[in-house]
Design a binder for this molecule. Structure first.
Ligand SMILES: Cc1cc2nc3c(=O)[nH]c(=O)nc-3n(C[C@H](O)[C@H](O)[C@H](O)COP(=O)(O)O)c2cc1C
Length: 316
């Protein structure tokens, strides 16, 4: 019997649907037991978000300083053959609920265990993945695969549609022009391919050639342009995050005026500097071999190759 632990959190249910689809082929295998553990932050985050509450989580997200979560009932002596961690990205960082779990005593269950991370986000996840690598390393866990599902809309459009969705609950399509926000239903359905491949690879668990199991299935694609944009964004988040954390605690009255100044700064930058910077970054991303190689390296361990799709993607 193979025991798999799945730890997840999702505000809209999007990431949970991805995980259910991914793990569907394993759930019907009688030789596999899957323990699902949903993370419950204390207090819970309301959806849709209120405008200032949304921005108020950014300093703690960037500095990995989460509020507590309810214990999720993992026995201290539990043994799992594989752990699947589902997380979304908040401000270029792993979301606070998954960080709270990884900092909790229950995360000791990951020590020396193979881990698959499953990310569902807009389209900027690379910096969060790097942070996740550090968190897993500190816990003594082994990352064997990383699967990333993102919004397929153009980068510029998701810049509008994702915040609109998160702040109003309305996924669109907006004004009949902008595409629906979020991961498409067909991409969620197609994530079954990872489950089929994992089912076939399970005998390798715990062996020396363990992982990656999900190569050749277009698991994680890094766009050089987003890689460069994330670097700039993250640097700015660290600076503003430090200022906001010095001013007051999350939700405190002292933070609000500075948060408003930050939002005004952010919107001004987006409307003035961003178009110019994006053009420069696009040229650099296209011309720099170094950036392209870095992007390819960050797609590991699972990669963006497609050579095994014909074997496991039943929608083809
Ligand atoms: C506070 C907040 C910050 C976010 N920041 C990012 C981000 O930096 N990059 C990204 O690709 N998506 C970002 N998103 C989108 C989420 O990663 C995710 O796609 C969305 O919240 C839906 O996830 P869920 O319903 O499964 O929780 C953010 C969402 C929230 C709520």
């Amino acid at each position: 019997m193979v025991h798999i632990l799945v730890v997840h959190y999702s505000q809209t249910g999007q990431l949970t649907r991805v995980l259910r689809s991914f793990l569907g082929p394993l759930a019907i295998n009688p030789d596999i037991r899957i323990d699902w553990r949903e993370l419950r932050p204390l207090p819970s985050y309301a959806f849709p978000w209120r405008f200032l509450s949304f921005f108020d989580v950014f300093p703690e997200s960037v500095y990995q300083d989460p509020p507590p979560i309810e214990p999720c009932g993992i026995a201290p002596d539990a043994h799992y053959d594989l752990v699947v961690l589902g997380y979304q990205v908040w401000f270029l960082s792993p979301s606070l609920p998954i960080v709270a779990f990884l900092q909790s005593p229950e995360a000791k269950v990951l020590r020396d265990r193979p881990v698959i991370t499953v990310v569902g986000c807009r389209n900027m996840w690379v910096r969060a993945h790097q942070t996740m690598l550090g968190l897993l390393h500190d816990l003594g866990a082994r990352l064997v695969d990383n699967v990333v599902l993102t919004d397929e809309g153009p980068l510029w459009a998701t810049f509008i549609t994702t915040p609109w969705w998160l702040l109003t609950g309305n996924k669109g399509p907006l004004m009949g022009i902008l595409p629906e926000a979020g991961i498409s239903a067909s991409a969620i359905k197609r994530s079954e391919r990872f489950g089929h491949a994992l089912n076939a690879a399970l005998p390798r668990l715990g062996k020396t050639d363990e992982g990656p199991f999900l190569r050749g299935l277009q698991a994680a694609t890094v766009q050089p342009l987003t890689l460069l944009a994330e670097r700039i964004g993250y640097r700015s988040f660290r600076i503003w995050g430090r200022i906001l954390r010095a001013v007051g605690k999350p939700g405190s009255g002292a933070r609000k005026p500075v948060l408003v100044i930050y939002v005004v700064f952010l919107v001004t930058m987006i409307l003035t500097v961003l178009p110019f910077t994006a053009t420069i970054l696009a040229i650099k991303a296209r011309c720099s071999r170094k950036v392209q190689d870095e992007a390819t390296a960050l797609e590991l361990p699972s990669g963006s190759g497609t050579e095994r799709l014909a074997l496991y993607d039943r929608s083809l």
